[in-house]
Design a protein around this ligand. Structure first.
Ligand SMILES: NC(=O)c1ccc[n+]([C@@H]2O[C@H](COP(=O)([O-])OP(=O)(O)OC[C@H]3O[C@@H](n4cnc5c(N)ncnc54)[C@H](OP(=O)(O)O)[C@@H]3O)[C@@H](O)[C@H]2O)c1
Ligand SMILES: [Zn+2]
Ligand SMILES: [Zn+2]
Length: 385
């Protein structure tokens, strides 16, 4: 649970909670000495100029070597600069979290919460605001990439899995910079907004940053957390949307989400589409058979491989050359696109289909197992208890 007590209070609690272990032959003198020392510490804090600034301490859920989810406590220094302490209200479970399950780090990067406290330089957010955050936590703000609004490619970027490993969105609270938080539009509930923080941002960025036109035929491959949001975005952008999915199981829902055509790919030796694909977003959890894909692409088409995959990218060379294909890698949206994504989702009533789980060791484990087994429809969202 959220605690915002000064450090010495925490020490004091520890000492007090240790009292039952002190055996009867310890004299009251020993206790008095401790108490006296603690009182001095408390007094020091009370008279210090920073007495009003508290040091947050809160629950986080981490991965571990054997893949089990571990509940832990994280303590942060007093808020400085534009840091904000927020209380987490919802977190999406992204396919990428599965890759970090065995890492000793705070999991989760699709967070939504409410501002609890603000650092001295916070300007635009205040206590009570609903805010969200995603994959990137910080960047240098002065390199070429940062200056042109591509801070997601900043050499000093701080991203999930590489920095700030002591906290994630599977937590009761978190401390992040205001500059990397997003206000949540009123139209979006907490659980609808959470999956947009990474999944939504990633697919919207692939469409928006590379200038998707309403006249294009856009294919979405993989109907999972990312894919089912991508179908909605591409459809609302006015595109002809073709869905490529392993089997027919998700056909009805994909059509309801805005697809115009649905193709099951498993076991197919050849794929047939009514119109060649101008843009393909690959949101499967592993790379597809690119040889199957190349013949259904229009000349000049763009492929956006979004799957996280440790292997190499092996694509038929001559079809790429002769058809002028573009292979475009990308990560989540930079902040100005992320904010547009939230506004676009609010305006067009785009919302993920979610399955809710309690934010506990058991709830996270259950959600991860379901996602791993391909049974999630379509984004798991964890809700703190
Ligand atoms: N580039 C980025 O910045 C970025 C950001 C977020 C996530 N990602 C990555 O994007 C991928 C999708 O994430 P997600 O959260 O949407 O995951 P997800 O919910 O598990 O969706 C993945 C979909 O891939 C298909 N699939 C499942 N198992 C597969 C397999 N063995 N081989 C091929 N396809 C399979 C399924 O769709 P069908 O049933 O329709 O076939 C499934 O719904 C992950 O690799 C994730 O790490 C990348
Ligand atoms: Zn930079
Ligand atoms: Zn993600």
């Amino acid at each position: 649970m959220l605690q915002t007590s000064p450090p010495c209070n925490r020490v004091y609690n520890k000492v007090v909670s240790g009292v039952p272990n002190i055996t009867s032959h310890h004299t009251s003198l020993l206790f008095s000495t401790f108490y006296f020392a603690i009182s001095i510490l408390l007094t020091t804090v009370t008279i210090s100029p920073h007495s009003t600034i508290k040091m947050p301490s809160f629950t986080v859920f981490k991965g571990s070597k054997d893949g089990s989810i571990v509940r832990s406590e994280t303590s942060k220094p007093a808020l400085t600069g534009d840091q904000i302490l927020l209380k987490v209200t919802a977190s999406g479970l992204c396919g990428t979290d599965l890759h970090y399950r065995k890492a000793d780090m705070g999991l989760g990067h699709e967070g939504v919460g409410v501002v609890e406290e603000t650092g001295p330089d916070v300007k635009h957010m205040k206590k009570g605001d609903r805010v969200g955050w995603g994959y990137e936590h910080n960047s240098c703000e002065h390199c070429q990439q940062c200056l042109k609004g591509s801070e997601t490619y900043c050499a000093e970027r701080k991203m999930y899995g590489q920095a700030d490993l002591d906290q994630g969105s599977f937590a009761h609270s978190a401390v992040w910079r205001e500059a990397f938080l997003f206000k949540i539009p009123d139209e979006l509930s907490d659980e609808a907004a959470a999956p947009l923080m990474c999944g939504g941002s990633t697919v919207f960025n692939a469409l928006h940053a590379y200038s998707t036109q309403p006249t294009e035929t856009v294919a979405i491959m993989g109907v999972g957390g990312l894919g089912h949001i991508a179908i909605q975005f591409a459809s609302k952008m006015g595109c002809n949307v073709i869905v490529l999915s392993g089997s027919d199981r998700k056909k009805d829902e994909a059509m309801k989400l805005g697809a115009h055509e649905f193709i099951a790919t498993k076991g197919a030796k050849e794929l047939k589409v009514s119109r060649p694909i101008d843009r393909l977003l690959v949101t499967t959890s592993a790379q597809p058979d690119w040889k199957l894909i190349a013949p259904i692409l229009a000349p000049g088409a763009s492929i956006h491989p979004l799957s996280v995959d440790g292997g190499d990218f092996t694509f038929p060379y001559m079809p790429m050359l002769m058809n002028g294909l573009t292979i475009q890698g990308s990560v989540v949206g930079p902040r100005y696109i992320h904010q547009r994504m939230l506004d676009f989702a609010a305006l067009h009533k785009i919302a993920p289909i979610v399955e809710k789980f309690p934010m506990t060791e058991e709830g996270i484990t259950e959600a991860m197992t379901k996602l791993e087994n391909g049974e999630m429809r379509y984004r798991g969202v964890l809700i703190p208890q």
